[in-house]
Ligand binder design. Structure first.
Ligand SMILES: *Cc1c(COP(=O)(O)O)cnc(C)c1O
Length: 609
């Protein structure tokens, strides 16, 4: 049975039961049940569902593995974590992190002024704020203001100029001084698609010469006691653990050297993010070569070993894992609007009183195909198809004959695929790939899965139902943007097979999983499709609640965000319509009301599905 790689990517967050995918938690609602409840209020288009319990699960996992490693290694420092806002700044994601993370004192990381303001307004009072990225005097002053407010903030400098500005601001004001961290430029290089953050030519961090100079500057300004953290980040979605170990050795030794140089208050090593998430649906290509257990033990063990060798106290460990914390919490649900090879449905056959003999033979083959004759009949059918196409080119049969032939042959292939689905021949597999079905999904890949478009990042996808029947259609997915890049093509190496459903009779929904990291804010409004309607689902022992509904922007708001005057736009349309001639006054009023309604709805398709 095809489980769409659930055992590989889902981390037991979901299970398949009674042909549906369900949350593997408490009352175990099925995704279909939740979707149907939301849609019963006339909601259409794509839906983004958030599950805060999955954020809690990741936070707990991270802490429990590090706590275990700390005990096992007799490590003396503590474990702390901050969430990097750039990974998902949406209010309902951040609220879930701060509320689920409260008991762990989970902090926030900011990489820009806007993120810093957000961090200050959202971080629990005792928790940490770390600030990375390039900073001007204003942003540094904001850091001082945060310290003055009483936040536990560390400004991590990316270069000496930032440090000089910190020193200047400290001299010019009597505001409380924030903690200072140094991002080190590592010799070791990250791995994986996003590994541009480490290495000698990295965009960020201080070289050893600059670190020495920084210490001198801090000492001269009497600020060395504010230096409390060193930081590195070797890039997102780390596929291999070896570069991390190198980075830990390098930064651990830098830390110990700094202690020896008199940085007495230095007591934290921040190892950045990069902890990978499994996105693969096919066993043969796993996204990472380590477990969270190995990751946490390696960090704790190596740092302990380096400090013991240099006779330096164990530092507290900070992580800035983003992807690992939030990727799993969000699921994108898209209705399928259309299946393009539905055109080959048998009911569209239209025979004449006298049909060409080859067509009559195809009818017989289609009728009598069974498990034992299937391959032979299939070969005959393919052979006849070739001949019929030649006859068409030569003008001996007409378009109706050709259409009948295509429908019959497609049917024969489909039947053969079904009969042999447990054990398909090479030839059948190839035919299956050729006979791709195009599933039109009510969503925008640019808006909701931008990393697929930009980086070819695969996201696990599967139907929410029909899971007790074998899917046989080689599927490519088309979104509703008018852009040929808005397609997830069929990849024979990582094939996606979906069901043959009659959309006139029933709905068919696909879920895209692990979309909670980066996708939402990287998403772009191509064709003016915006962030889908979102809902937070709180699951309890006996049921579940749908809360925090946020509707997708309506059409007028989208235009307004581009700078258009929407009052003018809607007045113009309404007056143009009012001035036209209608058969009745009622029709005029109804049409005006319709226009008004359309302007206030989002741009996803809603009449079909
Ligand atoms: C992006 C970033 C992170 C988060 O990385 P993940 O791979 O999402 O864990 C952490 N720290 C810094 C400095 C970053 O730039």
């Amino acid at each position: 049975m095809n489980n769409f790689g659930l055992n590989i990517w889902s981390n037991k967050n979901f299970v398949i039961e009674d042909g549906q995918i369900k949350l593997n938690y408490k009352s175990m609602p099925s995704l279909l049940q939740i979707v149907e409840e939301i849609r019963s209020n006339k909601v259409r288009g794509p839906l983004l569902l958030r599950f805060p319990h999955l954020i809690k699960r990741q936070i707990k996992t991270l802490y429990s593995y590090f706590d275990k490693a700390i005990i096992n290694n007799n490590y003396k420092g503590s474990f702390n974590a901050v969430f990097p806002l750039k990974v998902n700044q949406f209010p309902n994601a951040i609220d879930a992190i701060t509320s689920e993370g409260k008991e762990f004192n989970y902090g926030l990381e900011a990489g820009s002024k806007a993120e810093l303001i957000l961090a200050m307004s959202k971080v629990p009072s005792e928790a940490n704020i770390t600030v990375n990225g390039f900073k001007d005097r204003e942003m540094i002053t904001l850091g001082f203001i945060a310290a003055q407010c009483g936040y536990n903030i560390t400004l991590i400098i990316e270069g000496l100029r930032e440090l000089k500005t910190i020193i200047e601001v400290s001299k010019e004001s009597s505001l409380k001084i924030p903690n200072i961290g140094i991002r080190v430029r590592l010799h070791s290089i990250g791995s994986g698609t996003w590994a541009k953050s480490g290495g000698m030519d990295a965009k960020f961090g201080l070289t050893s010469t600059e670190i020495i100079e920084a210490v001198t500057l801090l000492r001269e300004a009497n600020l060395l006691e504010y230096l409390n953290m060193i930081h590195f980040h070797i890039g997102s979605q780390m596929s291999d653990i070896a570069p991390l170990k190198k980075a830990l050795r390098e930064s651990g030794n830098i830390y110990a050297e700094l202690k020896k140089m008199g940085a007495n208050k230095l007591n934290n090593i921040n190892i950045g993010g990069g902890l990978a998430v499994e996105y693969d649906q096919h066993t043969h290509s796993k996204s990472r070569n380590y477990s969270i257990d190995e990751f946490s033990s390696s960090v704790v063990f190596l740092l302990g070993e380096i400090m013991d060798a240099k006779d330096v106290e164990h530092p507290n460990i900070f992580t800035e894992s983003g992807r690992f914390i939030v990727a799993s919490h969000a699921v994108l649900i898209t209705p399928v609007l259309e299946l393009f090879t539905q055109d080959y449905r048998e009911k569209l056959l239209n025979f004449k009183t006298k049909n060409p003999p080859l067509i009559e033979e195809l009818v017989e083959l289609n009728k009598f195909l069974n498990n034992s004759n299937c391959i032979e009949y299939l070969h005959d059918a393919l052979d006849h198809m070739e001949s019929l196409l030649t006859l068409f080119d030569l003008g001996y049969i007409d378009l109706q004959d050709r259409s009948n032939a295509e429908i019959l042959v497609h049917n024969i292939i489909r039947k053969a695929l079904y009969l042999k689905s447990a054990n398909p021949t090479n030839e059948l597999e190839q035919l299956q790939t050729k006979l791709q079905e195009r599933y039109l999904i009510n969503a925008s890949i640019f808006q909701s899965l931008p990393d697929y478009w930009g980086l070819n990042q695969h996201f696990p996808v599967m139907p929410l139902h029909h899971l007790n029947t074998i899917p046989l259609r080689a599927a490519s997915l088309w979104d509703i943007t008018c852009d040929s890049d808005g397609e997830i093509g069929f990849n024979p190496e990582k094939p996606l097979y979906l069901h043959d459903v009659n959309l006139d009779k029933e709905d068919y929904f696909l879920g895209f999983f692990n979309v909670g990291a980066y996708q939402e804010t990287l998403g772009m409004n191509h064709n003016l499709f915006t962030h889908p309607n979102e809902y937070t689902i709180k699951i309890s022992d006996n049921s579940y609640e749908i809360i925090n509904a946020v509707e997708s922007k309506n059409i007028l708001n989208i235009l307004e965000s581009l700078g258009y005057n929407i009052i003018n736009i809607s007045n113009k349309l309404k007056s143009d319509l009012s001035c036209s001639i209608f058969a009745t006054e009622k029709e005029k009023n109804d049409t005006l009301a319709k226009l008004e309604l359309f302007l206030k709805q989002n741009g996803y398709l809603r009449t079909t599905n």
